[in-house]
Write a protein that binds this ligand. Structure first.
Ligand code: ADP
Length: 382
């Protein structure tokens, strides 16, 4: 059986995973990432639980993919790569389901770049590089916005004249591949939550929360662009649009405001230290403490909002690098929320166990796997 490759191409890294199909099941045989694209890139390659790191020197997306291909040769044992699946952050109103990537589709996706400027351009650079590196393989795009397309209208729109909605000014929501993985994991392992009202908090570098009912998407904290809702590593999250007009009036250029809100805000901007939660939790600076407190407080407020949107709460799921590892954040998020049935077992929480709730509401910690969702989608195109 030929191999499948999944890619998550960012501006400075390419994360990948490789799968072989045996007895109708997909098996991940290797994974890793090319880091620090630029003059001094390196390749981290994981196979059978063993991690190797090699310096590969100067690399753009194409050279990074070639380094991955070279490292894969012994693992593939002569099998060829039949399909490459790509994580694409924004599918707009046109694309929700996974799709074969053609020149016309790529042009339409490029038009959406202003809506996700940190992610869409490197995602598409990764697709173009993969088309060159693997010219025989089919290329399939899977969209982070796709999961949310079934939202009720009131959770999908802004209070603007309807013309704007028709023109695509809507709440798209992101992190959909992660939500899809977590939803199907819960569906498989917690049958009692079949009709459940569930909030999923994806807390990584990018952060958002969504709620599902009977595994159907209801609402998300992220909206039109990738800036709304929770504060993130470098993005501000929810902000009064009046602040933006005020800053423009005070003489900042639109580009400066954009850079402030996207790259110099959030955990990094508030702390003045780092966008890395580990560093903030270890720091004794009051700015770092304020950044963490604001982060926790926004999550708690969104639990209230999403619970109301969903008519109740049966389970809260944490995922993403912070959600899966930072027990301090989970503890603070769930503290004194017994009116939502939330309470965590301190020991189970510190050990990052999967089920940590001891109240009426389940509290789960689930490691997300967006690459697996892409690989599963890719199989249906072969
Ligand atoms: P991305 O959105 O880039 O995929 P991740 O999901 O890997 O990011 O999440 C990155 C975030 O997870 C960073 O803020 C990092 O500090 C945090 N993180 C990872 N491990 C831990 C840990 N053990 N404790 C606290 N935070 C952690």
């Amino acid at each position: 059986m030929p191999a499948l490759l999944t890619l998550n191409s960012g501006s400075s890294s390419i994360k990948f995973a490789v799968y072989l199909q045996k007895e109708e099941q997909l098996h991940e045989v290797a994974s890793g990432q090319v880091d620090a694209l630029g003059p001094k890139a390196s390749l981290i390659f994981k196979e059978s639980g063993v991690r190797h790191q090699t310096e590969i020197g100067k690399a753009d997306h194409l050279l990074g993919l070639k380094a991955i291909l070279e490292a894969l040769k012994p693992v593939l044992g002569g099998e060829y790569i039949a399909g490459v699946g790509h994580r694409i952050v924004h599918g707009g109103t046109l694309y929700a389901e996974p799709i074969l990537l053609t020149g016309a589709v790529l042009r339409a996706l490029d038009d959406l770049s202003p809506l996700a400027p940190l992610h869409q351009p490197p995602n598409l650079a990764g697709v173009k590089a993969a088309m060159q590196a693997f010219p025989e393989a089919i290329q399939v795009g899977c969209f982070d916005t796709g999961f949310h397309r079934g939202h009720p209208y009131e959770n999908d729109t802004y209070a603007l004249p309807p013309k704007f909605y028709e023109d695509g000014i809507r709440r798209y929501g992101f992190h959909g591949l992660s939500y899809e993985y977590v939803s199907s994991y819960v569906q498989q392992h917690y049958p009692d939550l079949k009709d459940g009202r569930i909030i999923i908090a994806h807390l990584g570098n990018g952060c958002s929360m969504c709620c599902v009912r009977g595994f159907r998407p209801i609402a998300s904290t992220l909206g039109f662009s990738s800036m709304d809702g929770l504060p993130m590593g470098t993005r501000c999250g929810q902000i009064d649009p009046g602040v933006i007009f005020h800053l423009l009036d005070k003489g900042m250029s639109a580009d400066e405001v954009d850079a402030l809100l996207l790259k110099n805000a959030g955990l990094k901007g508030m702390s003045g230290l780092s966008n890395d939660m580990r560093q903030l939790l270890a720091s004794d600076s009051s700015d770092a403490a304020n950044a963490v407190s604001y982060f926790v407080s926004r999550i708690r407020r969104e639990i209230g909002s999403l619970t109301a949107a969903n008519g109740g709460l049966d389970a809260l799921v944490f995922t993403g690098g912070i959600g899966e590892n930072a027990w301090q954040i989970r503890e603070r998020v769930c503290a004194d929320l017994d009116y939502f049935g939330l309470a965590v077992d301190p020991a189970a929480n510190r050990e990052n166990q999967e089920s940590i709730g001891i109240g009426r509401t389940k509290v789960l910690v689930i490691n997300t796997d967006e690459q697996r969702v892409i690989a599963d989608a890719l199989v249906s195109f072969l």
